[in-house]
Design a protein around this ligand. Structure first.
Ligand code: CP
Ligand code: NVA
Length: 303
């Protein structure tokens, strides 16, 4: 494995598979009471410059289950909020801790942190990427469908951090990926360049949700206004009209298709309450798998 998990673009398909296999083992051990405290005595610093429920709890609980300890650093309350350079924070935390998880705005900040830290850095979400979430999504899809290769994943909505990571993760794992976004809300150009470099017609970017979802095995969506875009909410609601996952849209997908949502969800916006509840088991399994996937990442990077 590499030193850090900053974005899925940095990983090979084999490395992603190694994480997913380890995550399955972590889940098995946890469910069967098999001790797996490989990170005994180790500490993970968790820097949060944005809100979180799942990421914070799953990293903290995961570290505890691995025999280690996690500490919460709020961006606002630490010296980061008063302008201490991320490069200095990296050098200080490297002397106390064994790993750093960071949730922030800019991907460049996370890359700088990793360049200056001598310990592993894990991206817990930036505006560009959400690799830990997508590892959990891939784990959940593989668990239910028994494979990833050859399946079609459709993402409908904003070309944001989730779309970026799903495109890269899905393609690297051999899935076909189809994305529908309104004009002006496309995925990042770096991600589209990567998708264009993948052999075969395995990626599609279109404007029509029906076209994207056609014959899909898995349909994924995310909020229309991400953290930091709250003031654009009304404007985005207009731009995304017609991009809601409802029963009619799902009728274009394969019968029995899966639905994934990273949460939190806005019922009545990107997904109807009816579709959400019909697929709640898959969606909350996906949330649970954050724990197992991140334990795998921490184990592989910090052991
Ligand atoms: N899906 C996800 O990352 O959730 P939180 O924002 O609650 O961490
Ligand atoms: N795209 C969302 C994901 C939340 C987990 C956001 O960045 O707010």
């Amino acid at each position: 494995m590499k030193k850090d998990l900053l974005k899925l673009l940095d990983l090979t398909g084999e490395e992603i598979k190694e994480i997913l296999d380890t995550a399955d083992q972590m889940k098995y051990s946890q469910k069967h009471g098999i001790p797996h405290d490989a990170l005994r005595g180790k500490t993970l610093a968790m820097i949060f410059e944005k809100n979180s429920t799942r990421t914070r709890v799953s990293f903290e609980v995961g570290m505890y289950q691995l025999g280690g300890h996690a500490l919460f650093l709020s961006g606002k309350e630490s010296q980061i909020g008063r302008g201490e350079p991320i490069e200095d924070t990296a050098r200080v935390l490297s002397r106390y801790c064994d790993g750093i998880m960071i949730r922030t705005y800019s991907q460049e900040e996370v890359e700088s942190l990793a360049r200056c830290a001598t310990i592993p850095v894990i991206n817990g979400l930036t505006d560009f990427a959400h690799p830990c979430q997508v590892l959990a999504d891939l784990m959940t899809i593989r668990e239910k469908m028994t494979r990833l290769e050859g399946l079609k994943m459709a993402f409908v909505g904003d070309g944001n951090n989730m779309a970026n990571s799903l495109i890269v993760g899905g393609l690297k794992c051999g899935m076909d990926v189809s994305v529908a976004c309104p004009e002006g809300y496309d995925p990042d150009p770096q991600v589209l360049d990567f998708a264009a470099s993948v052999e075969g017609p395995r990626f599609q970017l279109c404007r029509s949700p029906q076209e994207a979802v056609a014959d899909a095995d898995v349909v994924v969506t995310d909020v229309w206004a991400s953290m930091g875009q709250e003031e654009e909410r009304a404007e985005r609601a207009k731009a995304f009209a017609g991009y809601c996952i409802d029963d009619k849209l799902l009728s274009y997908a394969k019968p029995g298709c899966m639905v994934q949502h990273c949460l939190p969800a806005h019922r009545g916006e990107e997904i109807t309450a009816q579709v959400f509840e019909a697929h709640a088991d898959e969606i909350f399994e996906e949330a649970e798998n954050r724990l197992h996937a991140q334990k795998a990442v921490m184990y592989l990077l910090m052991k």
